[in-house]
Design a protein around this ligand. Structure first.
Ligand SMILES: [Zn+2]
Length: 138
């Protein structure tokens, strides 16, 4: 407590910041425009350029792939269990296609967030950047 008061650095937990799509460096600024999956070019709070180099989010494609595999397996097993072991392939195909299409926007968003938070070793949380910009030092 005393240490926090001395440094005056708010620590923002990673998981809620990830859920809300906050910048990976300051955990304050938004990565995505409100109500959409369009990304801001830079963090409004700390100025981080989200697409750090051309093709930066290429890696997120692999995360999306992993999400899709997990979703297909989950939906397939759930369909099998809930339909008492149906052998109709169209049932599985329909449910999996609809499910994967509905989850697509979430996959897109969270694959990019996971890449920035976990898969980029050059990008770390910097609590000193979380401070409010307006805040004057005492
Ligand atoms: Zn930021």
């Amino acid at each position: 407590m005393a240490h926090q008061q001395l440094t005056n650095e708010p620590h923002i937990a990673a998981f809620p910041a990830m859920l809300k799509g906050k910048c990976a460096r300051c955990r304050k600024g938004n990565m995505f425009k409100p109500g959409s999956n369009k990304m801001y070019e830079k963090c409004a709070h700390c100025g981080l350029t989200f697409e750090r180099q051309p093709g930066y989010f290429y890696t997120a494609m692999y995360v999306t792939y992993a999400f899709n595999v997990a979703e297909i397996i989950t939906l397939g097993v759930a369909t099998y269990v809930l339909s008492n072991g149906s052998e109709n392939p169209w049932l599985y195909l329909g449910i999996i296609l609809v499910g994967v299409l509905l989850l697509g926007p979430l996959n897109y968003r969270y694959s990019r967030i996971i890449q920035m938070y976990w898969l980029d070793p050059t990008l770390k949380y910097q609590p000193e950047l979380s401070k409010d910009i307006e805040q004057e030092p005492l």
